[in-house]
Design a protein around this ligand. Structure first.
Ligand code: CP
Length: 319
């Protein structure tokens, strides 16, 4: 695998193989066993033009647990404030000697441009581009669903027949877009729920069902309920219902959470707006896998860094 830019086009066998490789790396990711020498001598550059806690630190932990060196760039405090472009920033960092670039950028398509422009030779991993894609988030979400449902018997499994409901600000969510394509490639049935103003134009052509009624979606007893962050920083005021209207209609508040089936797992990619899209008691409940998602992100990112730096086909590595 040369780059990881999107979940669109990932085949079921490839996706299962990435999840299996992450499974093989989980003991190292969780520090149950010491770090591996696999990427010794390689350098991973984290280029973050947007804020991040989970993704940036998770990639850093993943690289270090495979013995790679890591250099980190945050646009804040950098020469981007003097007008330096993505091309010049990337080439400057590449000139210091990097093998892989992990890019988060506010522009949809930025990772693809960096990968295909020829500006740098390094492998490119998309760590979130605008409202477009966040492929490692979807991979860690799929891994978490599989692990929560199948535990030690997860290896080799897809998500055939599982029902995943994704709720909220679909319009601005790269997490939703990456999950739609990955989860359906793995055989899951995906249902999207949100206010009409936060459903993207053209969503009818996606391989999902779509609705606006969260209570009906909860009564349908999904295996996983994925609450999305309301991305007010990307939103025009006209799109956003009043906060109380939003939490009443589309938030997982205490009353709604009490009606949720006991075996429905509650997911959220983070960061959470507690009290808006999810209540504290739902976020902190035993049915919440939010922190498992964070933990699993390290092994997924180890697998992805290994694959892009080795150039291997995931199906051959996990075979
Ligand atoms: N889920 C996610 O991408 O979180 P961060 O913005 O903290 O990286």
């Amino acid at each position: 695998m040369r780059h990881l830019l999107s979940t669109i086009g990932l085949e079921r066998a490839q996706a299962i193989a990435i999840l299996d490789l992450a499974e093989d790396m989980a003991d190292v990711a969780t520090r149950a066993v010491p770090k591996l020498p696999t990427l010794r001598g390689r350098t991973v550059a984290n280029l973050f033009f947007e804020d991040s806690t989970r993704t940036r630190l998770s990639f850093e932990a993943a690289a270090k647990r495979l013995s790679a060196d890591v250099i980190t760039f945050s646009a804040k405090g950098s020469s981007v404030s003097k007008g330096e472009s993505l091309k010049d920033t990337a080439q400057t960092i590449a000139a210091m000697g990097v093998d892989a670039v992990v890019l988060r950028h506010p522009a949809s398509g930025a990772a693809q441009v960096l990968a295909e422009s020829g500006w740098i030779d390094a492998a490119v991993v998309n760590a979130g581009d605008g409202t477009h894609q966040h492929p490692t988030q979807a991979l860690l979400d799929a891994y978490t669903i599989r692990k929560t449902l199948h535990g030690a018997a997860s290896r080799g499994r897809d998500l055939d027949g599982l029902r995943v409901t994704i709720v909220g600000d679909i319009l601005h969510s790269r997490v939703a877009r990456s999950n739609v394509w990955l989860l359906t490639a793995l055989g899951a049935q995906v249902h999207l729920v949100g206010p009409r103003t936060l459903l993207p134009a053209g969503v009818e052509s996606w391989p999902v069902t779509v609705g606006t009624d969260l209570d009906a979606a909860i009564d349908a007893h999904p295996d996983a309920l994925m609450m999305l962050r309301v991305q007010q920083e990307r939103m025009h005021a006209a799109f956003f219902p009043h906060e109380r209207e939003y939490s009443t209609g589309w938030g997982l508040g205490d009353e709604r959470f009490a009606r949720l089936a006991a075996d429905t797992m509650v997911m959220h990619p983070g960061p959470m707006n507690r009290g808006l899209e999810i209540s504290a008691s739902a976020a902190d409940s035993p049915r919440s896998v939010v922190l498992d998602q964070v933990t699993n992100g390290v092994s997924i990112r180890m697998a992805v860094l290994y694959l892009v730096l080795s150039g291997a086909d995931p199906r051959e590595v996990a075979a």
